[in-house]
Ligand binder design. Structure first.
Ligand SMILES: [Zn+2]
Length: 139
């Protein structure tokens, strides 16, 4: 490929990236629960029960028993009529509403002062990380 071809290709690539970067974002809010087979779900006042899907760290948060029944908000888009695909974990697309505040869902290891975004064992000290709901995601 010579330089002229490359120059003509660039606007096409840039356009494609814009399409990928800006899908219509929806916010879904309701009570975090699980369907009969254990699939995470949200009971939303308007739509009823909506199944939730996401990447593995996102699903880890959805299945955290400490969050079961919470007033939960997820950002993403509908994959089909029943399934809502939550944005990837690095986009911080999940919140808990508590006492009028919208809180980021994080996990904290007290011993190592390390923050995580999915529940589990701290990779440093092997202790269980604590749920830490925060107003700001500043770490
Ligand atoms: Zn640790």
């Amino acid at each position: 490929m010579n330089w002229v071809d490359r120059r003509h290709l660039l606007p096409i690539l840039a356009f494609g990236c814009r399409l990928l970067a800006q899908p219509a974002k929806l916010s879904l809010r309701g009570k975090l629960t699980a369907a009969g087979d254990g699939t995470p779900a949200l009971d939303e006042p308007a739509r009823g029960r909506v199944l939730l899907a996401g990447d593995p760290p996102t699903v880890g948060v959805l299945k955290d028993q400490r969050l079961a029944g919470s007033d939960f908000e997820a950002i993403g888009g509908f994959r089909d009529d029943r399934v809502f695909q939550i944005d990837p974990i690095h986009l911080r697309a999940m919140f808990v509403h508590r006492n009028g505040r919208r809180l980021f869902i994080t996990y904290w290891c007290d011993i190592c002062s390390i923050r995580f975004y999915t529940p589990g064992i701290c990779w440093c000290c092997q202790q269980e990380s604590a749920l830490d709901l925060r107003e700001k995601d500043d770490s």
